[in-house]
Design a protein around this ligand. Structure first.
Ligand code: HEC
Length: 103
């Protein structure tokens, strides 16, 4: 059973955002990603979209933030910038965590 002190710590932690990324439910976002990258993150249907499953978590966080700020410019980068525009940092970290653990 949880002591009140531990519960308080958990609440403070959630407010501080410490464990927030890990707990964030990004299921709806992942379905959106799957539209173009496939449910397995391997872009089986659209290989040009890049394979995102099994990438390093740090790389995914970096590249998604780059797309979000428009730091990457290419023929198709606008598609990705639109896809991640509405995500906050915790969303991106949770999404990166998800794809980095896929085979
Ligand atoms: C509307 C289609 C579409 C959606 C939705 C979409 N993507 Fe993409 N994604 C692309 C395309 C197209 C590219 C290649 C962009 C380029 O050429 O710069 C790409 C590239 C990427 C890359 C870079 C791949 C590499 O090899 O470096 C990552 C990572 C990525 N997407 C992750 C995601 C995630 C995570 C989501 C969901 C939040 C998402 N994408 C949603 C179409 C999409």
């Amino acid at each position: 059973m949880r002591t009140p002190a531990l519960t308080l710590l958990a609440i403070l932690g959630a407010i501080a955002g410490g464990a927030e990324a890990a707990d964030r439910d990004v299921t709806a976002h992942l379905q959106h990603c799957a539209d173009c990258h496939g449910a397995d993150g391997r872009s089986s249907a659209l290989p040009a979209n890049g394979r995102i499953a099994g990438q390093h978590r740090e790389y995914l966080v970096y590249i998604l933030k780059q797309y979000r700020t428009g730091g990457i410019r290419g023929v198709n980068s606008g598609i990705m910038s639109n896809a991640v525009r509405h995500l906050d940092d915790a969303d991106i970290e949770a999404i990166a965590q998800h794809y980095s653990t896929l085979p």
